[in-house]
Design a protein around this ligand. Structure first.
Ligand code: HEM
Length: 538
């Protein structure tokens, strides 16, 4: 036994050294290849300035290391929003150790040529960026080309007047619910330590009722009548743990760790429930039962059943689309609402101006209604301007599917354009932060100035933060109706005030709050407190 062990040890050592040698050769070759490629990139003239960084921001090391003087982390385009595009509206970000070079652009003209995807351009939306979303099925956000067209054809008819009426009614209902449940009705002043808790709850309840058709209230309990997890709770847990889905292997869900177990149960519960719901809604359409529900899920199943077989979506795709609306529409709206309130808090004159519009639209009535929405353009403008300053949809990534050419406008002040060749495989990041701070499009881009949007025609593409063209945000009006309704109700009853640190000015406060924003799936503002002071009747 001992003898055979002694014979094995040198053998194992030999195998170990051989493996190490192979690994070292492999790493050496990789480093050499990378070096050769870097030298080639550095020597090749580029129409755009090259910025060097250790890691591409969306590789694992790039995403884990935050932005600093030596690294471009996942939020570098936000952190350096005032510096990046001084020299040129587009830059070439070249990673030295990991990832491939890519163009980052603050030009919406380049965006218009790349964002539409393979339907109308030589660019595609890469699959690997949508893994968290694809876990529930193919969907409108992840799909490209003909598949995207099919999904948009089924999903978009749900976004019509019936839905927006429901969004308005439910938002007003949740606002009143909030006042009651949180005890605001009995107070003259309310301090809210984390405003995003409120805006996130509003946005979540809205997507849950108007998107999924789940009846919810401000204090829906987390347990179902049978003692199990309620659907609303399952939905909340799934939303909060969506990124985990992509990062951890499936077997990990089954480890005896309470949080993982809870997340797995939430997924299973929701999945089973959604399958049941598709069947239920299909049966209602088939039986021609009068279904008065106007949530997106119900309307989408109806549109799908009315469609010819060629364009119909599978059940799993219907479920994929419903989920994607949750992710696309909930955090984005919640953050933008919170940013709006932060800016309004430091500007009493703006609040008064908006309040005058709200009271004039209201007239002698007690309640605002959906028909009032187009007349509340100043409220909407405050929301738009907040999205411009902190664009929740912060970067749109596309990849060239063939060698192609893009048309790039000459620098501001110079007429004309240039045709720039783009090689197959080049990634173009349309930096929505850069676009919103680009002086070509905005005078004083760093200033919060809602009046730029007063009287803007509905759905105008002059406002670009919901994206542009055939892949522009489908939920834009959902978000704007929700925001206009919530803000109008709130501002009518309450004055918003910042909670300053001792000696802090309003300007320092807003800069501190806004600079806390960070990139996750969306660009999110951190927690911050606000004070709401009840308005006295005039
Ligand atoms: C302030 C709120 C919102 C902002 C700033 C926003 C922004 C955006 C942006 C920039 C895109 C383009 C993404 C890309 O091409 O990669 C997009 C797409 C999309 N958004 Fe929104 N969004 C918001 C709210 C919503 C809401 C409330 C919903 C649904 C209820 C929604 C549903 C969608 C969908 C389905 C798409 C994909 C459209 C397509 O590819 O055809 N969004 N959004």
């Amino acid at each position: 036994m001992l003898e055979s062990f002694q014979r094995l040890v040198p053998y194992n050592l030999e195998v170990g050294s051989a493996a190490l040698a192979i690994l070292a050769t492999f790493l050496g070759l990789h480093a050499l290849r990378r070096l050769v490629s870097l030298v080639r990139i550095a020597r090749t003239p580029s129409p755009f300035p090259k910025l060097y960084t250790p890691f591409q921001p969306f590789t694992v090391p790039g995403a884990l290391i935050s932005t600093s003087f030596w690294n471009h982390g996942p939020d570098w385009h936000w952190v350096r929003r005032f510096q990046t595009y001084h020299q040129n509206e587009t830059v070439n970000l070249v990673p030295i150790l990991a990832g491939v070079p890519g163009l980052w652009t603050s030009s919406i003209e380049i965006g218009r040529q790349t964002i539409p995807g393979s339907q109308r351009s030589s660019f595609v939306k890469p699959d690997r960026l949508s893994l968290a979303l694809l876990a529930w099925g193919m969907n409108i956000v992840s799909a490209d080309g003909a598949v995207h067209r099919k999904h948009r054809r089924i999903v978009s008819p749900s976004f019509g007047p019936e839905l927006y009426q429901l969004v308005w009614t439910k938002t007003a209902e949740f606002y009143r619910d909030m006042l009651e449940v949180e005890g605001w009705n009995h107070k003259n002043s309310v301090d809210v330590p984390a405003v995003t808790n409120i805006t996130t709850k509003v946005a979540f309840l809205l997507i849950s009722t108007c998107g999924f058709g789940f009846p919810s209230t401000w204090d829906t309990p987390p347990t179902a009548p049978d003692g199990g997890m309620s659907i609303q709770e399952a939905l909340k847990i799934v939303t909060q743990t969506s990124v985990v889905d992509v990062v951890i292997p499936k077997w990990l869900w089954y480890l005896p760790i309470p949080s993982l177990r809870e997340a797995r149960i939430a997924r299973e519960r929701l999945h089973a429930f959604m399958k049941e719901q598709v069947a239920d809604r299909k049966a209602a359409v088939a039986a021609e039962t009068k279904d008065t529900r106007t949530d997106i899920f119900t309307l989408m199943v109806k549109a799908n059943e009315d469609e010819s077989a060629k364009y119909q979506l599978e059940d799993q795709e219907l479920i994929g689309n419903i989920f994607v609306l949750l992710f696309a529409g909930h955090e984005t709206t919640a953050n933008s609402l919170a940013v709006t309130l932060a800016f309004m808090a430091i500007d009493v004159n703006l609040q008064n101006e908006v309040l005058r519009q709200i009271t004039s639209v209201l007239g002698s009535r007690h309640e605002l209604q959906y028909d009032d929405y187009p007349k509340l353009d100043k409220v909407l403008a405050c929301f738009y301007e907040a999205i411009r300053i902190v664009p929740a949809g912060h970067v749109l990534i596309r990849e060239a599917t063939e060698d192609t050419v893009i048309t790039v406008p000459n620098p501001v002040g110079e007429e004309g354009t240039q045709a720039i060749p783009i090689a197959k495989g080049t990634e173009i990041m349309v930096d929505m932060v850069g676009v919103q701070y680009n002086p070509r499009y905005f005078k004083d881009p760093t200033v919060y100035k809602p009046s730029r949007w007063y009287g803007l025609p509905p759905e105008s593409e002059q406002f670009t933060a919901f994206s542009v063209g055939p892949r522009a945000c489908l939920g834009r009006k959902f978000a704007t109706v929700e925001a206009t309704c919530f803000l109008s109700h709130l501002l009518k009853d309450w004055q918003v005030q910042p909670v300053l640190l001792p000696g802090e000015s309003n300007e320092a406060w807003i800069a501190r709050i806004i600079n806390k924003s960070r990139v996750s799936l969306t660009l999110t503002i951190g927690e911050f407190p606000l004070r709401f002071v009840r308005r006295q009747p005039a």
